[in-house]
Design a protein around this ligand. Structure first.
Ligand code: HEM
Length: 479
């Protein structure tokens, strides 16, 4: 059987190997992955080999058919520990399985439709606040909109943006995560987690309990730069206090509200007859807030940018929005938003908000005919899948009609991964796929956004694949 060392080697970007590289280098790396003609390639982090599944078939094996042989790579867990603790995005094993089962019913299309109206109202409020003739940054606007939507859906709060104390605290924590994303200290911290775990397994008596204590302490990212920064710690404290206050308030009012936080508090584990602990509700609520706004905001910002540069696509998008007349734009009739849905999907193909997903093999496993030893870091790149010329001819071209059902049917399921795939697939797909087209239609019905056609905006790969320098646009009134 083929071994990792037999695989084609990807070019090195940055000093420490495939990671620790600049954002531009990371995009260059993903582009190199998209050009590999075989199923797999290898790179490295420091001196450890990293596996890159390059074909949709190989990505499918890692994420779906052999998902049991992989866990999420621990780097994100360390980075998100202060903010999101053991929420669904970062948890593993039996805790993840229990939580996913408990939360999945809340994210099915029927309960999620309830939030369409809140998406529409937030978008209308944003449209009302835009003054024709002025220039604004569409990336900033979509961030405010997506933050308000998820804030309203989760916590039933109306004015939820960076000015709000909770929004400010979350932003402080997210900026810290952003700053540390490419830090080699993350790899060092993970190494320490592994070493203390191995020591706890192999020793006995006092040495064992010392190793266990160290391992538990290492769950908090104290090795990372700025982890003890007073501003970060104050923000984390404020988040804890505000979350607990919201939980107490809901319990005091007999859990009668209709927001997602109340639904988390009332969700009942059928096997044990138990509810989530307050701490777990806090971790899940913050996870949903974080996972649910920047991703959607980024996809919306790119959608506006791509439309503004393509007059024919813009005309079709506006016609779809205008066809609602004065009727409210909601997603109860998704077929009426079919073109904008294709626009949103194509924007996420070109600029997948989460560029790649890192896994680590839990055991020896065979992927696309290659032996992958236990503990191998494996990077599935949505960006690379979405830019493969074999799957998407002329991959740089914005073409929403790639998502006509008959064209989509020709492609492998794992050739399109904006939401991941398999058991860890995004739980918020229906939420995001409803919010995107509703917000696009609501704003496009009211305004035209002029983007300088001479200026190409590059992607900036951080927590999400943001438009570098934002999307400056002049607002023109349509009605
Ligand atoms: C356009 C918007 C969105 C994109 C592109 C997106 C993308 C993703 C991706 C790629 C994953 C899987 C990561 C992996 O496998 O390592 C994921 C997981 C997740 N997403 Fe989303 N997401 C979006 C919106 C949302 C929304 C609106 C919510 C909630 C309100 C949400 C909540 C989550 C959660 C909780 C997980 C972890 C699921 C698990 O591991 O069981 N996402 N998302």
């Amino acid at each position: 059987m083929q071994q990792l060392r037999d695989l084609p080697r990807l070019p090195n970007y940055g000093l420490s190997g495939s990671f620790g590289a600049s954002a531009a280098d990371r995009i260059a790396l993903q582009t190199a992955v998209s050009r590999v003609t075989g199923h797999l390639a290898r790179g490295r982090v420091l001196h450890f080999p990293v596996l890159f599944p390059c074909s949709p078939e190989a990505a499918h094996e890692v994420l779906v058919t052999k998902a049991k042989s992989f866990e999420k790579a621990p780097g994100f867990r360390v980075l998100l520990h202060t903010l999101a603790g053991q929420g669904l995005f970062t948890s593993e094993g039996s805790l993840w399985r229990r939580q996913r089962k408990l939360m999945s019913p809340l994210f099915q299309p029927a309960p999620i439709h309830h939030y369409a109206e809140c998406m529409r109202l937030v978008a209308i409020r944003a449209a009302n606040a835009m003054t024709p003739g002025t220039t604004l940054d569409l990336a900033h606007e979509t961030m405010r909109i997506a933050m308000s939507v998820v804030g309203k859906a989760l916590f039933d709060v109306d004015t939820f943006d960076e000015a709000d104390a909770l929004g400010g605290a979350l932003t402080t924590c997210l900026r810290w995560v952003d700053r540390n994303l490419a830090s080699p200290a993350v790899a060092l911290h993970v190494l320490m987690l592994d070493l203390t775990e191995a020591a706890a397994e192999r020793t006995t008596g006092r040495a064992k309990s010392l190793a266990q204590r160290l391992h538990e302490r290492a769950a908090a990212p104290f090795l990372l730069p700025g982890a003890r920064d007073p501003e970060l710690l104050a923000a984390a404290r404020l988040l804890d206090e505000r979350m607990q206050a919201m939980i107490d308030e809901r319990r005091a009012s007999d859990l009668s509200r209709n927001d997602l936080m109340t639904r988390l508090l009332t969700a009942l584990d059928a096997d044990t007859g138990e509810h989530m602990s307050d701490r777990q509700v806090r971790d899940e609520a913050i996870t949903l807030f974080v996972a649910g706004h920047e991703t959607t905001a980024t996809a919306l910002a790119w959608s506006f940018y791509l439309l503004a540069r393509d007059p024919a696509a813009m005309a079709r998008a506006q016609a779809e929005a205008d066809a609602f007349g004065d009727a409210p734009i909601t997603s109860w009739q998704p077929e009426r938003l079919a073109y904008l849905t294709r626009v949103f999907r194509e924007a996420m193909r070109l600029y997948p908000p989460l560029v790649m997903f890192a896994r680590r093999s839990l055991e020896d496993v065979e992927i696309a005919g290659t032996h992958v030893p236990a503990r191998t870091i494996t990077i599935v790149s949505a960006y690379a899948q979405h830019h493969r010329a074999r799957t998407y001819p002329d991959p740089q071209r914005f073409d929403p009609d790639r998502w006509l059902p008959e064209r989509e049917a020709e492609r492998h399921k794992s050739a399109y991964l904006p939401f991941g795939a398999g058991p860890r697939v995004c739980i918020g797909i229906h939420f995001a796929m409803m919010e995107g087209p509703i917000v696009l239609a609501t704003l496009l019905r009211r305004h035209r956004f002029e983007v300088d056609p001479r200026r190409t905006i590059d992607p900036d790969d951080f927590a999400t694949l943001r438009p570098k320098g934002g999307v400056p646009a002049v607002v023109r009134a349509r009605v």
